[in-house]
Design a protein around this ligand. Structure first.
Ligand SMILES: NC(=O)C1=CN([C@@H]2O[C@H](COP(=O)(O)OP(=O)(O)OC[C@H]3O[C@@H](n4cnc5c(N)ncnc54)[C@H](OP(=O)(O)O)[C@@H]3O)[C@@H](O)[C@H]2O)C=CC1
Ligand SMILES: CC(=O)N[C@@H](CCC(=O)OP(=O)(O)O)C(=O)O
Length: 401
């Protein structure tokens, strides 16, 4: 992170670069070969252009940097050639060195200390990630200058209808005017709107893992709008870093439990996206489960086939739909997605299986909740907002085993 310059409109030039076979063998072995090669070329071009470039790096603030998603943003920015961290905030951790709070980020010694949000000098900031508890960004943005680009990782701006927000988040929306300008940043599906946005509402982790497979299928009329059942599982980091009794090791290890049964606040967010895709109202049955693992998320979606489609039609449609995408991989038929194959990466692995009940299919989608489910997708969005190639800083492969 740091010593880089950014040219004004690099992205168009990079996208237009011809794809060649010069990418690393590791990338070439990936599932979505062409997309990975193109992505790697765009990122390499970004680094080269940055080192020859004329203007300064983009100056980035991370609000809530002492939490898990904030830490993950800083970790990813350590590999970013054109974004430079200029402000980090915490609440109870304000005043501490970042490396004191997160000693694993040993190379992040050049980043500023954690301060309170009120102490950020906004005149030196171009863009901010808001990694804050729900209902905090709505208030904070009142004092942030309007030219600053924002990617908000909380749910504050995800629901278009502020009444629905009030119903599910337990209080009236505090910035209804800003809500109108927010763009929902499920990047692969809303890329063009994100590119020209000022404020991006980064999707929740469960909504990301469910909408990426189901939206294209609903849009194509390949699955029924009724009778969608989602059984989802999350690693414990999904609940954030603050201490809670139900998140103690003794309460989590050697068992699983569901929570928010039939009333989890991600339901209206998922339904908003699926309804947009289907063109008429979709309701789902959704149950999240807490798993004894640190990271990772799996959504198992049980769906009814529509218009005579088979599970292979669904597989083919998703494969075609995402063939040029860097981060969404539809696995070869029969291969089981594992959370451990996306751990620490921005990738989403999807597959479709036949149900033994005729006329139904089972779709499995896995992500890392902290990366594609939060900070990775947030960086994907900020890259677009700042005119950078979308994949910049995000091509790390999963950590395995
Ligand atoms: N964890 C995940 O997998 C995902 C989380 N999200 C969302 O992202 C946001 C951040 O989540 P996460 O990083 O997990 O949360 P954490 O609890 O780990 O971090 C919260 C951060 O906000 C700071 N903070 C707490 N209260 C305030 C306040 N009143 N004013 C200013 N700052 C405050 C904390 O500071 P300090 O610790 O110093 O007190 C900390 O830096 C949440 O809205 C969450 O719902 C979205 C997708 C996935
Ligand atoms: C395991 C766990 O507790 N997960 C969180 C979801 C985290 C997330 O994606 O989302 P938000 O930004 O909407 O909070 C939960 O269920 O509330």
């Amino acid at each position: 992170m740091g010593i880089i310059a950014q040219s004004a409109d690099l992205s168009a030039a990079f996208v237009a670069r011809p794809r060649s076979a010069t990418a690393s063998p590791l990338i070439r072995r990936g599932c979505s070969c062409q997309a990975a090669v193109a992505a790697q070329e765009r990122q390499a071009a970004s680094v080269n252009a940055a080192s020859n470039g004329a203007s300064a790096a983009s100056r980035i603030a991370v609000l809530g940097a002492s939490g898990y998603t904030g830490e993950e943003v800083v970790r990813l920015l350590a590999q970013h050639p054109t974004f430079s961290v200029v402000a980090l905030t915490g609440e109870s951790n304000a005043g501490k060195a970042f490396s004191e709070v997160f000693p694993h980020l040993v190379t992040a010694t050049d980043v500023p200390k954690l301060t309170k949000i009120g102490d950020v000098d906004w005149s030196g900031v171009d863009a901010a990630f808001c990694c804050l508890p729900h209902a905090t960004t709505q208030e904070v943005l009142a004092s942030v200058p309007e030219h600053i680009k924002i990617v908000d990782l909380s749910a504050d701006f995800r629901l278009r209808d502020v009444n629905t927000y009030a119903e599910w988040y337990g209080g009236a929306h505090k910035a209804p005017e800003l809500q109108k300008e927010a763009v929902y940043g499920l990047t692969e599906l809303h890329r063009e709107q994100v590119r020209s946005a000022r404020l991006v509402a980064n999707p929740g982790c469960y909504p990301t893992s469910v909408q990426l497979p189901l939206c294209p299928l609903l849009q194509a009329g390949l699955i029924e709008k009724e009778d969608i059942i989602v059984d989802a599982k999350s690693g414990v980091s999904g609940a954030g870093r603050s201490a809670k009794v139900n998140l103690l090791y003794t309460e989590i290890a050697e068992g699983i439990n569901c929570y928010g049964v039939s009333k989890h606040r991600h339901m209206p967010e998922i339904e908003q996206g699926l309804t947009d895709a289907a063109g008429s109202e979709v309701t789902i049955s959704f149950t999240p489960n807490l798993m004894p693992m640190t990271r990772g998320m799996q959504s198992t979606c049980f769906v009814k086939l529509a218009n005579g489609a088979t599970h292979s039609d669904l597989h083919k449609h998703l494969t075609d739909f995402y063939k040029d995408e860097t981060f969404v991989h539809v696995l070869p038929e029969g291969q089981i997605p594992h959370t451990r194959y996306v751990r620490g990466s921005n990738y989403n692995h999807i597959n479709v299986f036949p149900d033994r009940i005729k006329g139904r299919a089972i779709i499995i989608s896995v992500i890392d909740n902290l990366v594609k489910g939060a900070s990775g997708q947030a960086l994907q969005n900020l890259n677009l907002l700042m005119g950078q190639p979308e994949e910049t800083g995000l091509l790390q492969q999963a950590m395995f085993p």
